[in-house]
Design a protein around this ligand. Structure first.
Ligand SMILES: Cc1cc2nc3c(=O)[nH]c(=O)nc-3n(C[C@H](O)[C@H](O)[C@H](O)COP(=O)(O)OP(=O)(O)OC[C@H]3O[C@@H](n4cnc5c(N)ncnc54)[C@H](O)[C@@H]3O)c2cc1C
Length: 289
């Protein structure tokens, strides 16, 4: 049993002060659905943990609001709240769908979007839509705040580059243009309570004569450092969507996967699986039979 001091700040300022004092051997806890597993798991045990800073009572970090063309989500917002939010359903429906697939009702009521992202797992279900939305994050500390693209906080799988005295406070993305279609598809070992093996988040919009003018493709669980697959997007951008181009875009995604991760034992399964998911998702958002 690990012993640690436990703090329960009620404001971001108080949390930043505690983190500046105890940063290096402390951990933030939000919903605790990842962290408590890690604290108890002997293989993943967090060494040198002396202080736990429970941010779950910081009410100013739990909100979803619109600011002009943007949507802002507080890092303590739970998956259940994101799934239910009408603002999210209107501005980015695939984020609502992704939140709905996380764990079980208990996990969705406790687990937060901030914890999902700061845990830095490539299998995090809110990550694909947030990357497709070109989301930015606000990070605070006693020194001040910085706003950076979400993908820039990833170092590699399961590791972010937040400093020990920093806290991620909010997510911000531009609402999708009207007429955009979105989809989130998750492939797990079973239909419920399963971590994603592969997931995809896609959004697309066609102009009046039917050419694709906005397309964003992100396959989850594949890259340690998340990035949209521009090579696949470029196959469709400016063109009329056809089955041939959709197949080509799927191939570009699997090609990028192999370029970045090399051939692994799982490639034999993942290559056709990711291509099939991209094909299925693109047909859905582009209305191709
Ligand atoms: C049974 C079970 C099923 C699950 N199923 C899924 C699933 O289907 N899909 C999925 O994506 N995940 C799943 N998870 C993982 C987990 O529930 C999610 O990742 C959840 O969103 C984590 O949020 P949390 O608030 O509980 O994070 P916590 O456990 O509190 O924190 C996670 C990490 O993030 C850090 N952290 C948290 N908030 C901040 C912040 N604001 N600033 C800086 N650092 C912070 C913590 O220090 C910790 O390292 C599952 C977990 C369990 C136990």
């Amino acid at each position: 049993m690990i012993k640690y001091d436990y703090f329960c700040p009620t404001s971001i300022e108080e949390a930043c002060n505690l983190l500046s004092k105890y940063g290096v051997d402390s951990k933030i806890i939000a919903g605790g659905t990842d962290l408590m597993v890690q604290i108890r798991d002997e293989d993943k045990r967090i060494l040198n943990l002396k202080h736990v800073i429970d941010i779950s009572n910081i009410r100013e970090m739990s909100f979803i609001r619109e600011e002009g063309d943007y949507v802002i989500i507080g890092a303590l917002t739970t998956h259940a709240e994101i799934n239910k939010s009408q603002i999210i359903k209107n501005a980015a429906p695939f984020l609502s769908s992704a939140a709905e697939t996380v764990g079980s009702p208990q996990i969705r009521n406790r687990g937060t979007i901030g914890g999902n992202i700061c845990n830095a797992s490539p299998a995090a279900d809110t990550l694909p839509p947030l990357i497709a939305l070109d989301t930015e994050v606000k990070i605070k500390s006693i020194i001040g705040e910085r706003i950076v693209p979400l993908n820039s906080i990833y170092v590699k799988a399961n590791q972010n580059n937040l400093l020990p005295y920093e806290i991620l406070t909010e997510f911000r993305f531009k609402k999708l243009p009207s007429g955009s279609k979105t989809t989130f598809i998750k492939l797990g070992r079973r239909k419920a309570l399963a971590i994603s093996r592969i997931s995809i988040a896609l959004t697309a919009r066609c102009d009046e004569d039917g050419r694709v003018n906005d397309i964003r493709i992100y396959p989850g669980c594949i890259f340690g450092v998340p990035e949209r697959v521009a090579a696949a997007e470029n196959v469709l951008k400016g063109n009329f969507p056809t089955e041939k181009l959709i197949n080509e875009a799927g191939f570009k995604v699997s090609e990028e996967m192999i370029n970045k991760t090399g051939i692994r034992w799982s490639t034999e399964y993942k290559k056709p699986a990711v291509e099939a998911l991209i094909r299925r998702g693109l047909k859905e958002v582009l209305g191709v039979e």
